[in-house]
Each structure stands twice: as structure tokens, then as C-alpha cells.
Design a protein. Structure first.
Length: 487
């Protein structure tokens, strides 16, 4: 089934909705100790004995097993191997990536050479890889989101399963190294027992919260449940309703975001799970999803949330036009700049989405490194390169300038001023144990936009609450049709 016509079909359906509706992983090894009491008793019994001492046997040599690789490539085979690396980093992060590539080319012990080429955004990288695969000229290593990479898999054009490389006794990662990766990112690249990638960076969707303003409103703590969130958002809105300008009466509460990652945050906060258990599609037409959409709509109808005209509402949040705003980990530094530019002295923080049971939840995501089919030598060289790029040191350098999460926990301790000078960023790291992943489906690259479209419809002025069940049903049908069409 053609991809574009199908996508356009369902976007048109959504747009015409109002008409239609009217552990840590570490192990300790123990060696059995001799029975010290028994040996002492034996020594005492034989003390002073005139018996001829027993001959001491010379220790026999034991052969320690030498680890053997299962990959079929010798060290000498790597000498002079050149690989091509496509990525999406630009600006300061792009400079760091290039410096890391230069460092690897200079210092790696195998004589491997890497050529790094920036290809634009992650969507552009994915498009370039797809075209290169069709022309049989793909890069050796690339960086993309998992749902993008899954779209490249087809007979003869598949990604390399990196599980044998990770677990290889010679070239792989030991248990301690594997346990250093944040589980939310490490586990997301596993597909039916195969590993399609190695996490490159991490991010998450959070809520920004104005602590100073909340305390002025009488709230000492951030909200932990949806009801507490609603109470604070509505209280903030009342400050606007009490002024002399009727045009701003909707402002003050939550600055609405219809980005799919923010909508996922609310769905997760109500206990929703949108990926089918068998991995064959989506489950939107469920009570938790309906409850999340109903809650967001009620906030809007009660003037406790409002739609900003700006795509990036950092300025709105910094100037107290919203007590809450959705934002990403990477956006924290931009939000700080907005407070500086607004000359605001307000203290603000990042918090998780409030949930029904009071447990915090955030929606996490991030790109990964992938290795494409080539020769055994080039594939191993590619693995050694990305294994090094995801070590704690390189990850710390990249996170410091990008604002994204490093994918390894030990990297945070090696970073410079970001965790110490920017407490919001460090708080975002502390929320990672509460992270939930995006769906691990190749169709998510299209379905995510259908989710955003549905959320946009939810806040249209002509939308009525009794249309919500039909909206959710249409979202599930659309998503599963798109999923089936992209197989």
C-alpha cells in the first residue's frame, strides 16, 4: 500500500472530524573459604609429632580458558578499515561529535578510520538512509530513532542485530558496563530478542512548574495527582479573571501542548498503555485514554488551561502566563534563557506528570546508533566505534553541550557545570526511574502525528465533549490502518 496516500487520507479524516461528528545488574563472585576451625584442630593434633613430614606436591599448571570471539574477525583484519557515519548533530553538539570522531581516529588501537557526515535532522537522516539503501550505498553507522530505523528493515536491507556484538566475550560489553546504561534507553532497542541499536542520547517530556508563583497562590508542593494539578492550575487562572482585561481570562493554568510526547505523558499518568501486548498495533479506545482526554478537555473548558499561539511557549511560561508548561529535557536551557530575558526572579522546577496513584511518570525517548549490513570487518569496526561513543566519557561531553540525557549513569558524575549549575536538569535525571517509553513500532513514525492531530481536535472551539468517544475510536482505527499499511 502506498505510504503517502494512506497518510493523507487519514489526516483528511481527522481534519474533517467536526463535519463528520457534528537492578543495577552487578554480580559478586564468592570463593569458598577453607574451614579454618578444622584446619586449626588438625594442626594442634599433629603439633610436636615425630612423624616424618609428608612430601609437598608441586602445584600443577592449570590452563585458563582464553575468551574466543564468535564474530569471526581477527584483530589484524581491522587494520585500515574505513567506515562512514551519518548523524544529525549540528552546532555545538556537532562540533563535539566531530572532535570525538577525531579522537577515535587518532587513538583507537585497531587502525580504524571513521568519516562523519551530518545529514540534517533525524527525519532527514532517515530519509537519506532509505534512499541510500535503495541505491545500495548506505553508511556503515547512522543515528536515528528506533521507529525510523525499523522502517528500513526489508529483505536484503536489514539492520545488523547488535546482540551478538554486545554479548561477544572478546569485543562485547561486560555485565557492569551494560548495567551502567539507563534501562529506559537500553531496553528500548530490543525487538523480539534482537538488538536493532545502541542508545545514543536520551530525552523526556516533563512539566515545567513555577514554584514561586505556586507558593504565592498557597501551594507549598508540586501536584502529585491530577486533582491537585487541576486545583493549582485553576487557582492560577483566577488571578487573570480578577484583573481588568477580559481578553486574558483563559490564561494562567497549564499552557496546552498537543505534541504527541506530552499527550503520551497524560495517557501514562492515567494508566494507559497504547501499544498492543502482541506488538501488532495500537490500543487507544480504552478507559485510561478516554479518561486522559476527558481530563484535558475539562481543564480547557474550565479555563484552567489555554492554547498559546507560540510553538515554543518558553516566554509565556517565564512571564507567568502559565503555572505549568510541557517541555523536554533538552528544552530546559532554553527555558532558563527565557527567564533571564524576562528579568524574572521566579524559581521554577521540572516535575513529572501527576498520576492517579500519586506515582510520577514521564514519557522518555531518544535516538540510537544503528549498524547497517556490510562486511564482517566493517561491521565489527562500526560496533567498536559506537561502543566507544557510548562510554561514560564521550557521553558526558556530548550531554554537556546538548542538554540531552547521557545514556550511561556514570556519565553524570563526569560532567562539568550542567548538573551543578542547572538544578532543573539534575532533577530531570532523578526522574528517569519513572520514565515510560514510546511505542517500539516502526509505524509510530506516522501514528505519532495522528495522536497529535487528535489532541489538536480536542481543543478546537467547535469540539463538544460528547464527541470524545468517537474521536478516540477514530484515533484507534486510523492508527491501526496506518500500522497495517506500513508493514
Amino acid at each position: 500500500m502506498p505510504r503517502i496516500p494512506l497518510l493523507l487520507k487519514y489526516i483528511l479524516v481527522l481534519c474533517c472530524l467536526p463535519i463528520a461528528l457534528s537492578g543495577c545488574g552487578l554480580r559478586e563472585l564468592y570463593q569458598e573459604k577453607p574451614d579454618e576451625g578444622k584446619n586449626a584442630a588438625s594442626a594442634g593434633k599433629n603439633a610436636g609429632s615425630s612423624a616424618r613430614p609428608t612430601a609437598t606436591l608441586k602445584p600443577t599448571a592449570t590452563n585458563t580458558p582464553v575468551p574466543t570471539s564468535t564474530l569471526g574477525v581477527e584483530v589484524a583484519d581491522l587494520q585500515g578499515v574505513s567506515i562512514v557515519f551519518w548523524h544529525a548533530w549540528t552546532g555545538a553538539p556537532g562540533d563535539v561529535i566531530q572532535s570525538l570522531v577525531d579522537e577515535f581516529n587518532r587513538d583507537n588501537q585497531w587502525g580504524i578510520s571513521v568519516e562523519a557526515i551530518a545529514q540534517g535532522s533525524y527525519d532527514q537522516v532517515s530519509e537519506q538512509v532509505s534512499a541510500a539503501l535503495e541505491n545500495d550505498q548506505p553508511p556503515d553507522v547512522t543515528t536515528a530513532y528506533g521507529y525510523q530505523a525499523l522502517g528500513w528493515i526489508s529483505p536484503g536491507l536489514s539492520l545488523i542485530d547488535l546482540a551478538p556484538y554486545v554479548d561477544d566475550p572478546v569485543w562485547g560489553l561486560d555485565e557492569q558496563a551494560q548495567s551502567d546504561y539507563y534501562p529506559i534507553f537500553w531496553e528500548h532497542d530490543l525487538q523480539n530478542g534482537e538488538r536493532t541499536g545502541i542508545p545514543a542520547q536520551g530525552s523526556a517530556q516533563l512539566l515545567y512548574y513555577n514554584n514561586t508563583w505556586a507558593k504565592e497562590l498557597g501551594f507549598e508542593n508540586p501536584p502529585a495527582t491530577p486533582e491537585e494539578f487541576k486545583a493549582q492550575a485553576c487557582a492560577a487562572n483566577q488571578t487573570y479573571k480578577q484583573d481588568s482585561d477580559p481578553k486574558n481570562d483563559q490564561k494562567g493554568g497549564w499552557i496546552i501542548s498537543t505534541e504527541y510526547s506530552a499527550v503520551l505523558g497524560w495517557i501514562y499518568s492515567f494508566g494507559g498503555e497504547i501499544e498492543r501486548a502482541d506488538g501488532n498495533g495500537y490500543r487507544f479506545n480504552t478507559s485510561p485514554v478516554k479518561d486522559a482526554f476527558t481530563y484535558m478537555r475539562e481543564l480547557y473548558e474550565g479555563s484552567c488551561s489555554w492554547l498559546s499561539e507560540s510553538q515554543f511557549p518558553e516566554d509565556d511560561f517565564a512571564t507567568r502566563q502559565g503555572l505549568f508548561a510541557a517541555g523536554s529535557v533538552a528544552g530546559i536551557l532554553y527555558q532558563e534563557e527565557a527567564f533571564v530575558e524576562a528579568s524574572s526572579k521566579d524559581e521554577w522546577s521540572v516535575i513529572a506528570f501527576p498520576s492517579l496513584n500519586g506515582e510520577p511518570v514521564i514519557s522518555a525517548y531518544g535516538p540510537s546508533f544503528q549498524v547497517l549490513q556490510s562486511t564482517p570487518e566493517e561491521q565489527l569496526a562500526s560496533w567498536l566505534f559506537i561502543r566507544w561513543l557510548t562510554e561514560a566519557g564521550p557521553q558526558a561531553k556530548l550531554a554537556e553541550v546538548s542538554g540531552y540525557y547521557p545514556v550511561r549513569a556514570s556519565s553524570v558524575e563526569m560532567m562539568g557545570i550542567l548538573p551543578s549549575v542547572h538544578p532543573q536538569w539534575k532533577s530531570a535525571v532523578d526522574l528517569l526511574p519513572y520514565a515510560r517509553p514510546e511505542p517500539a513500532l516502526g509505524s509510530w513514525r506516522i501514528v505519532r502525528w495522528a495522536l497529535s492531530d487528535a489532541a489538536t481536535q480536542l481543543f478546537r472551539f467547535y469540539f463538544e465533549s460528547d464527541q470524545l468517544p468517537a474521536l478516540i475510536k477514530l484515533l484507534e482505527e486510523t492508527s491501526n490502518d496506518l500500522h497495517a499499511g506500513l508493514k
